[in-house]
Design a binder for this molecule. Structure first.
Ligand SMILES: Cc1cc2nc3c(=O)[nH]c(=O)nc-3n(C[C@H](O)[C@H](O)[C@H](O)COP(=O)(O)OP(=O)(O)OC[C@H]3O[C@@H](n4cnc5c(N)ncnc54)[C@H](O)[C@@H]3O)c2cc1C
Length: 364
């Protein structure tokens, strides 16, 4: 029996788990994927890797600022770009890129951005490959969770740190056992935009071509295009990368057309073809191409509160980037707020300061 079970090892779930674990609760995190991080995701590829979710982090608030400092000191994060680069379609050529100093410089992880989530996982009991499929309230007043593996577990309190539409699917059956309609309606009100990420690797000889282009950008926001929203040179995060790797993000409208498509390769090919039209022709023909669909990429209609909490039928908190904003800072702040709520529902122990990772340094 656990005090708290957290569903989802994204930044919200990990932040919440650390606070409660360090306060002294018996905490377990259940994650459906093979690794931690959620939308902070890195794909391992032949001899390299690429970030196909959030590409880099920015210090928009104090929390991220502090975390970036810690991780830069450890060599996990490095400054990637301190300019904002925008490409105004449709009247454009490579020379149309506009550049201005970034208010929030972007920090990338040469070993892959999931290194940040791995750092935040320090010391936690995380069970990977565990998709929670059913949640019920027992007569003994505990939560009972059923996963797609043979594992089942019981817990006093539950934190659901996954996108609201997925939380809604898990929680709807609890309407019959006392979960309020207001709670479910709040989840229902949160809508997400999808995004397709195409990861494209190019032949070694194009590394030289790329260098001779002397591009002034590594991360490029595409304005007003129907297909592409962003292009990043992912290989520029790694010193001495042997060949170019690009990551492209589609617009929400483009991704919407492929929500039920099984083979996403043609969509990825369309994205690189569009990038080739906009930038330089060799982008059309990558050596290899992988496509990932983010069904829930960006919250379109986030909630105003920083988490959702109830004690009926049992202690329950939902949190994530869709609470209070739509970026990773909101995900972490929502995880912190979720921990405060769970703590008030349980034993009211002393929670650590918000910069919980300082404890990791003191143990080293
Ligand atoms: C392409 C892309 C680009 C982005 N760019 C930026 C950016 O530039 N700046 C920025 O600030 N943010 C950006 N974001 C958003 C940022 O990644 C998210 O805001 C943040 O990572 C969300 O964290 P989270 O913990 O709320 O949710 P998630 O990261 O989605 O974590 C939820 C976790 O729950 C797991 N899960 C779901 N259902 C279950 C289940 N039933 N059982 C067990 N586990 C489950 C999932 O596998 C996942 O690991 C981007 C996102 C994408 C997709």
């Amino acid at each position: 029996m656990f005090d708290v079970t957290i569903i989802g090892a994204g930044l919200a779930g990990l932040t919440c788990a650390q606070q409660l674990h360090q306060a002294g609760y018996r905490v377990v995190v259940l994650e459906k994927s093979r690794g931690v991080g959620g939308r902070m995701a890195t794909r391992r590829l032949d001899n390299t890797c690429a970030d196909h979710g959030i590409p880099a982090v920015e210090a928009r608030g104090k929390l991220l600022q502090q975390l970036i400092e810690q991780l830069s000191d450890r060599g996990i994060l490095q400054l990637w770009t301190d300019t904002v680069n925008e490409f105004p379609t449709p009247h454009s050529s490579v020379t149309s890129v506009t550049q201005s100093p970034a208010k929030f410089p972007r920090y990338a992880a040469p070993m892959g951005i999931t290194a940040v989530a791995k750092f935040l996982s320090t010391g936690l009991d995380i069970r990977l490959n565990q998709r929670v499929e059913e949640i019920t309230a027992t007569k003994e007043q505990n939560w009972h969770l059923t996963c797609d593996s043979p594992d089942e577990l019981t817990t006093k309190a539950l934190v659901i740190a996954i996108p609201a539409p997925q939380a809604l699917m898990l929680l709807t059956p609890l309407a019959e056992t006392g979960l309020s309609a207001d709670f479910l309606n709040s989840l229902h009100s949160v809508k997400f935009n999808p995004c397709l990420s195409a990861i494209a690797g190019y032949p070694v000889q194009h590394q030289h071509d790329l260098e001779s282009l002397k591009l002034s950008w590594k991360s490029l926001t595409i304005l007003q295009d129907t297909d592409l929203a962003w292009i990043g040179i992912d290989s520029s995060k790694r010193p001495h990368a042997p060949s170019p790797v690009f990551v492209l993000h589609s617009t929400a409208a483009f991704a919407q057309r492929y929500l039920d498509t099984t083979d996403l390769k043609p969509a990825g090919q369309q994205m690189v073809s569009r990038a080739a039209q906009l930038l330089f022709p060799w982008l059309e023909t990558p050596d290899w191409l992988q496509v990932h669909r983010w069904r829930y990429a960006f919250p379109k209609t986030p909630l105003n509160h920083n988490c959702l909490a109830t004690t009926a039928p049992l202690p329950l908190v939902c949190c994530g980037d869709w609470c209070g904003g739509n970026l990773i800072e909101s995900a972490m702040n929502s995880g912190l707020a979720g921990a405060v709520q769970v703590n008030s529902q349980l034993q009211q122990l002393s929670l650590p300061r918000e910069y919980f990772w300082e404890v990791f340094s003191s143990r080293e």
